[in-house]
Write a protein that binds this ligand. Structure first.
Ligand SMILES: *Cc1c(COP(=O)(O)O)cnc(C)c1O
Length: 403
């Protein structure tokens, strides 16, 4: 995900719903954490206070409560809190003893830590291309890249929609591979009635502030259905220590803070409603963009029939090489947008030694050059969505006149 300096946050002028309805819209943030936090502030403040009163700042009772609730929410048997989504990925690979001599297949069109976790355990990253419709890893390309060294696949449920888990599970089963889900953007997403985090061997989630369930800082959680994994993950997140100062494995420090868990426990009961609001916003964009006749210029995101898309991002493709110019036009209209991701991982300087040339993952590279994320956060108003679509329409009318 974008780091906080890339997140366009409201200046506070539209904090209350009333002013958003009556006053003309003068800009739209990509994401506005204040609108979500404001009504919950008294409850959040009380939860934070009680952590201060207890003095148990690390892995306290709030963390246990959150783990129990997250396991239930994700339809998995166990949940293990940790310090971030990036650490969740690292811990999953450590638990599975993936290391030197092993290969792990990941998409290149994703956030950095999906791949860096593989390098950090000493294994080799193998990048696969994506399906152009869903932006998720292409199971056919995964199958093509399997070798005797392949140990695991990390499908990413990108933008909030589950990867093609049936086909990936078939590939994994046939080759005795582990599946670690990168579900950082997909808490509450479903695939054929089952939830993200319960579709593979282990699921990795992030509580980074811009995720669908975001905390006031960094945090993460792993889910799994097999007790063997939860036991191992619980050990590895505390330096392999059990009992205190007796180390039976080399782990890391990746504990979840009680303060994060306390705030997340206040927010979690609202997540279903926020997700439904995101889904409604996505449908409204679809309708407005189609009604404006913009589908010659834009390709709208597709939600597959297999699942529930939770819309962490609403990502359009802009045809005709117009993406960056459209983005500039929207920035001038004070509309926050983002490019996920401008440089795919196989073209990053730090992975140059893997030797993926330009054109080696064509759909990944095309997506990186065409995609643009529009504001989709739950509290986005009808007037704001119409403003975004009006500004996009204005751009293409100007562009076609100029041509
Ligand atoms: C956010 C994100 C991560 C990393 O989560 P952090 O909590 O920021 O470490 C990993 N993978 C994907 C796909 C993400 O969007």
């Amino acid at each position: 995900m974008a780091m906080s300096d890339n997140v366009v946050v409201s200046d506070g002028s539209q904090d209350d719903a009333e002013s958003t309805c009556s006053a003309p819209v003068t800009g739209v943030p990509l994401f506005d954490i204040q609108r979500q936090m404001a009504p919950l502030r008294p409850e959040i403040d009380a939860a934070v206070s009680s952590v201060f009163d207890s003095g148990q700042f690390v892995l306290g009772p709030e963390v246990k409560t959150l783990e129990t609730k997250i396991a239930a929410f994700c339809q998995s048997n166990f949940a293990v809190g940790c310090a971030s989504g990036s650490d969740a990925l690292l811990l999953a690979l450590m638990a599975a003893e993936v290391g030197a001599g092993d290969e792990v297949i990941v998409p290149s069109y994703t956030f950095f830590s999906t791949a860096s976790a593989v390098t950090r355990v000493g294994a080799k990253v193998v990048f696969a291309d994506i399906d152009p419709v869903t932006f998720n890893i292409d199971p056919t390309d995964v199958a093509r890249r399997i070798t005797k060294q392949t140990k695991a696949i990390i499908p990413v449920h990108l933008f909030g929609q589950c990867a093609d888990m049936n086909r990936l599970s078939d590939v994994a089963r046939g080759n005795d591979l582990l599946i670690v889900e990168d579900a950082a953007q997909a808490i509450g997403a479903e695939y054929q009635g089952r939830r993200a985090g319960a579709l593979g061997d282990m699921g990795c989630f992030s509580f980074y502030p811009t995720k669908n369930l975001g905390g006031p800082g960094d945090g993460g959680v792993l889910t799994c259905c097999d007790e063997k994994w939860s036991d191992r993950l619980s050990l590895l997140r505390v330096h392999g220590m059990r009992p205190r100062y007796y180390h039976r494995a080399i782990g890391i420090n990746s504990r979840l803070d009680s303060l994060q868990a306390a705030v997340l426990n206040v927010k979690l009961p609202h997540l279903e409603q926020w997700t439904d609001m995101r889904i409604a916003n996505a449908l409204k964009y679809d309708q407005l963009l189609k009604a404006a006749g913009l589908t010659d210029h834009l390709e709208l995101p597709a939600a597959t029939v297999e699942g529930r898309h939770v819309w962490n991002q609403y990502v359009i493709r802009v045809r005709g090489g117009q993406r960056d110019a459209l983005r500039n036009h929207l920035t001038e209209a004070r509309i926050g947008t983002e490019i996920y991701y401008p440089v795919p991982l196989h073209r990053q300087a730090c992975f140059a030694d893997l030797n993926y040339s330009v054109g080696s993952l064509p759909e990944t590279e095309r997506a990186a050059s065409e995609t643009l994320a529009l504001p989709i956060f739950p509290e986005l108003s009808d007037a704001e969505q119409r403003f975004v679509v009006q500004r996009i329409s204005a751009y293409f009318q100007v562009a076609s006149k100029a041509a």
